[in-house]
Design a protein around this ligand. Structure first.
Ligand code: GLU
Length: 379
């Protein structure tokens, strides 16, 4: 059932994002040095074979809390942020030492969601990471917890890792976690393990049901965020493998073609810019459009012109991402606007040739150009 094809792609991957969960590299808040040794060995061996690897590692908060002598991982956001500031050093230091033994250099990258929302910063992050990879350096990425309030957070490193897949245009996301993969149903303590799902061609409601209920027991993000990450990676054209980080050497075996864990098939590649627009840029407001405009966008692949606009909700600036909704409030597309919300409100229902007269200037005929627009539910 397509099984051969999808697993067959894995040994051909050239660029990998490796997401390492706290449960893999820490135990009771302490770093597990032997695990770092094993991971470094795996990564270095694959680099010898010509692969490029970006590591996305959690563990800063857990380690920091332990170093501060806490019995909890931080009760408030501030405590967690303080713990992350303390723990991140220990985390990166250990990676550095283990990779140095193998003559490899690491670089630290701390990111927030808002940092990547602007196209320019996104491209900057891409260029830096690609340069590090070109230099043979292993980027070690984590969320910049110190500055990340709820608003601007990725929230979990599964999501962050999927974004990095898009940033570096990786072919494969490997998520190391504390279970063997996705089970057909949530495992119950004391019960035999339910069967593992080997290959997921498409994330269907049945697959989502298998993942739900396995929430808090599996690290901070839970199985649901791992599914989201796999889905987002697939939209960038990358496969995802979810496997057990407790087993040493698994990554090398997988890259040689052995089947371990659950493989999520890659989808058709959404162009990088469109992927960024859909998944990274945070929408600032809404433009309500009439059914004629919906058809023009969906069926004829047109840009959004002022004539089809009914209303504006929220406020946004030129270049922001906005949701386009139909008269029933359903999101039909997302795009980068050429005009601010105030100006779009003035242009509502106007003919294109009136733009200059109404605003006293023109940024072009399109409120959202086709190239800056992604249809929702059709990619
Ligand atoms: N950034 C957090 C940390 O390093 C982890 C977030 C997560 O586990 O998803 O502690």
């Amino acid at each position: 059932m397509g099984d051969e094809d999808s697993w067959g792609l894995i040994p051909r991957a050239k660029r990998i994002v490796l997401k390492i969960g706290s449960s893999t590299i820490t135990h009771d808040g302490r770093l597990r040095p032997r695990k770092f040794t094993a991971i470094a060995r795996d990564v270095a061996a694959l680099m010898e074979d010509g692969l490029q690897i970006v590591v996305v590692s959690s563990g800063a908060i857990a380690v920091g809390a332990h170093r501060l002598g806490w019995t909890h991982v931080g009760r408030t956001v501030r405590e967690k942020q303080a713990a992350a500031a303390v723990g991140q050093i220990g985390l990166v230091e250990l990676y550095q030492r283990r990779f140095a033994r193998l003559d490899r250099t690491v670089g630290q990258i701390l990111l927030t969601r808002t940092g990547l929302e602007e196209r320019e910063r996104f491209l900057n992050a891409r260029h830096t990471m690609l340069e590090l990879l070109r230099l043979g350096v292993i980027p070690i990425v984590n969320e910049n917890d110190t500055v990340a309030t709820e608003e601007i957070r990725f929230g979990d490193n599964d999501n962050l890792a999927a974004t990095i897949v898009n940033v570096v245009e990786a072919d494969l996301l490997v998520i190391l976690t504390d279970v063997d993969g996705l089970y057909e149903c949530a495992p119950e303590p004391g019960e035999p393990r339910p069967p593992l799902i080997r290959t997921v061609e498409k994330i269907t409601p049945a697959i989502e049901a298998s993942a739900s209920g396995s929430g808090s027991r599996f690290g901070s993000g839970g199985m649901v965020t791992k599914l989201e990450a796999a889905q987002n990676a697939a939209r960038s054209g990358a496969a995802t493998i979810l496997c057990n980080g407790k087993i040493d050497g698994l990554l090398q075996k997988i890259m040689k073609g052995e089947r371990h864990g659950t493989l999520f098939s890659p989808g058709d590649r959404l162009r990088g810019r469109k992927h960024w627009l859909t998944f990274t840029a945070k929408p600032r407001g809404q433009i309500v459009i009439d059914d004629g405009a919906v058809r023009a966008l969906k069926e004829r692949g047109r840009s959004l012109l002022p004539a089809g606009i009914l209303r504006v909700r929220g406020s946004f600036e030129i270049g922001d991402s906005v949701r386009l909704v139909n008269e029933r409030g359903e999101e039909v597309a997302r795009g980068l606007v050429g005009y601010s919300s105030g100006d779009v409100a003035k242009l509502t229902g106007q003919a294109t040739k009136e733009i200059n007269r109404v605003l006293g200037y023109s940024n072009g005929d399109e409120v959202i150009h086709r190239d800056d627009l992604v249809l929702i539910g059709e990619s």
